[in-house]
Design a protein around this ligand. Sequence first.
Ligand code: NDP
Length: 504
Amino acid sequence: MTVTERPGTPTFTDGFLVSSSPATGAEVGRVAVTDPDDVRAAVATARAASTWWAGLGFGGRRARLLAWRALIVQRLDEITDLMHRENGKPTDDAMLELLITVHHLDWAAKKAAKVLGPRRVPSGMLSSNIAASLEYQPLGVVGVIGPWNYPVFTPMGSIAYALAAGNAVVFKPSEYTPLVGKWLIDTFAEVVPEYPVFTGIFGGGETGAALTAAGVDKIAFTGSTATGKKIMAAAANTLTPVLIECGGKDPLLVDADADLDAAAEAAVWSGMSNGGQTCIGTERIYVHEAVYEPFLAKLTATAKAVTPGEAVDAAYGPATMPSQLDVIRRHVDDALARGGTAVVGGAESVSGPFVGPVVLTDVPEDSAAVQEETFGPTLTVSKVRDMDEAVERANATSYGLGASVFSKRRGIELARRIRSGMTAVNSVLSFAGVAALPFGGVGDSGFGRIHGEDGLREFTRPKSIARQRYPLPMSIYSFGRTDKTNALLIRSMRLLYGRGAPKR
Ligand code: NDP
């Protein structure tokens, strides 16, 4: 079967992007493709709207965003059904995605004033006559390029925070989930009908590329590392700042004193829910040798009970992006060819579009299944002699997005040592549901942060204002500075900052 014959592959017909179900291939709907001129026009229109939106102030924006939040919740059945049809995920998973999303929207709307609004900062002794204040102003227009795996939660991590900070947003949803993206845009327009503050452009990668070149003030991208690099290179031409949220190869560590039932259950859910198409989902497990055998027994028993399907209440749905099946198959085949053992499923599990759970042991650390993002319901499990080795191996990929640690005594210590943006202790993925916690990666997982105070500031520029309250008898910032003033400054510098140097 070629890629284009696979259900769910988007097609372009007569200027329309046709979206189809990855489970059945049935058309879900279509949207008009935005050509590059219209992309530029959308950004120009959004710029005008951004002035009005910024002018509403924190209070005005908060009221609108909370109304949007309530509208999304009111229409929960509509959007979860659409997510099921277009992305393939079970409706319960879509509901969970929506719950976390509206939690973030609520938080961003309510916290923006406190985090970003004007505040006095200490001016220091040298500037005792200065009233110093700091505020975070919106950038203007933010371009958001989103993925298909969490078609609401992931782009909304940028959209909600950028809007709350006072920006207009032009959103390019993935070509695999354009209708979910359009639904978000349409519902927002119901609560903000005056100006196109949040608009959409639709199409394939070239539409995203056009957005990057259309004069936006920032690009927030979520997707593959390869595309993230292309976007960053393109944005460099105009010095447009970028936020890059790419994939991961998230490890889960199981210590000798861990609750093995909890760890096994969490590992299977983290690795296999959403068909493994979770950027912060577990892909690799490192287990202390003292508990390796009992943990593996629990893990395999749990994983074997998981069955994907088309039903709204299946454990998980199909691979949303059909070409991903080739990646999953390559990783599993390579792992088996290099001495790995499939203790759950195997090569035959990747017949698509519903990939069965696969658990692999004895996979060499330098193989694709351990080093590259698989984005399928697969887990590799490796025995380690101690937790130092677990940390060392966990840190030995180019990625650094999320991680998990199961340990009764050393959870926080191990969490700190893992090279990742976020680590959950005795749980999985839990950091994503805490609105106050910033979300983002290191290395090939990207940089910049959505969520939390950092996520609000990401879509702003700091504005520093120093107001002179009264002139000092001696002026520092002047050609008129006297020798006497210079001598006083030197004395002050020695007194304030000159002590504590190593003795010579
Ligand atoms: P991409 O990185 O290709 O796509 C992500 C988004 O970027 C989509 O909206 C895409 O548009 C757009 N895009 C593609 N090319 C360009 C470009 N040159 N300029 C601007 N925008 C562009 O990811 P894929 O969807 O192809 O998935 C590939 C792999 O990425 C997956 O196998 C997975 O490993 C990883 N991934 C990680 C995600 C995460 O959450 N971190 C999410 C999705 C994927 P379009 O869809 O229309 O091509």
